[in-house]
Design a protein around this ligand. Structure first.
Ligand code: ADP
Ligand code: MG
Length: 206
């Protein structure tokens, strides 16, 4: 796992943060050095950009979200992920530009090709093709909402989580289309936390 870039993807509430924490613990127990982040958090400026993105009271175009996410990713990739990979550390991340293909592409209608082109230009080949990636999937909208609400309340109305059932369902089917087109394994997140983690480990070790 040394020097690998590992991405856990999935819609809100599917369990990414929970599983990322377990993976971090697992690596630490094996004395494998790692850095972890949850996009678009990762550097001080990225965290500020995230606050803007997440603030649903700030109206903007889907293209603006693409540019904001790309700016955050540029900083994280250059200042956190790449230096770690160069030192043969493992990089584990919740989300990647795959989220933008789903949210701004499949769900909001931006061209998948331009999302990929712009992202690649401001990150690199390695970022757009992680060594290992997987998608956590929860088909039932009610289960996703239960988990989202369980995480606690947000200060501002969230940009994406408050868009309603139709949008959330577009995200779900967008993730399945993405999985197909990029050959990314899908993990059923409607299992116990431990069962999901065992599947994640099996993807990492194959
Ligand atoms: P994400 O980061 O994908 O939004 P989280 O990891 O924050 O999701 O999980 C959302 C909520 O669901 C948390 O309260 C978490 O404890 C709970 N949760 C995560 N995985 C499971 C699971 N497999 N079964 C039941 N609850 C879960
Ligand atoms: Mg999370």
């Amino acid at each position: 796992m040394k020097g690998k870039y590992i991405v856990i993807e999935g819609a809100d509430g599917t369990g990414k943060s929970t599983q990322l924490a377990l993976l971090a613990e697992h690596l630490a127990s094996k004395n494998i050095e790692y850095v972890e982040f949850s996009e678009p958090d990762g550097t001080p400026i990225s965290n500020e950009i995230r606050a803007i993105i997440k603030n649903g009271s700030l109206e903007r175009e889907a293209e603006t979200n693409l540019l904001l996410f790309t700016a955050a990713r540029h900083e994280i990739w250059k200042h956190v992920a790449l230096p770690a990979l160069e030192q043969d550390k493992c990089v584990i991340a919740s989300r990647n530009y795959y989220s933008t293909l789903v949210y701004q592409g499949y769900a909001e209608g931006l061209s998948l090709k331009s999302i990929e082109t712009i992202t690649r230009e401001f990150t690199g080949d390695r970022y757009v093709n992680p060594d290992i990636s997987m998608i956590l999937s929860l088909p039932e909208h009610s289960t996703r909402m239960k988990r989202i609400n369980h995480r606690g309340t947000l200060k501002n109305v969230d940009t994406f989580e408050n868009k309603g059932v139709e949008f959330q369902d577009k995200l779900h089917s967008g993730y399945l289309s993405l999985a197909k087109s990029k050959n990314i394994p899908v993990i059923d997140a409607n299992q116990s936390i431990d069962a999901v983690f065992l599947e994640i480990l099996s993807k990492i070790h194959t």
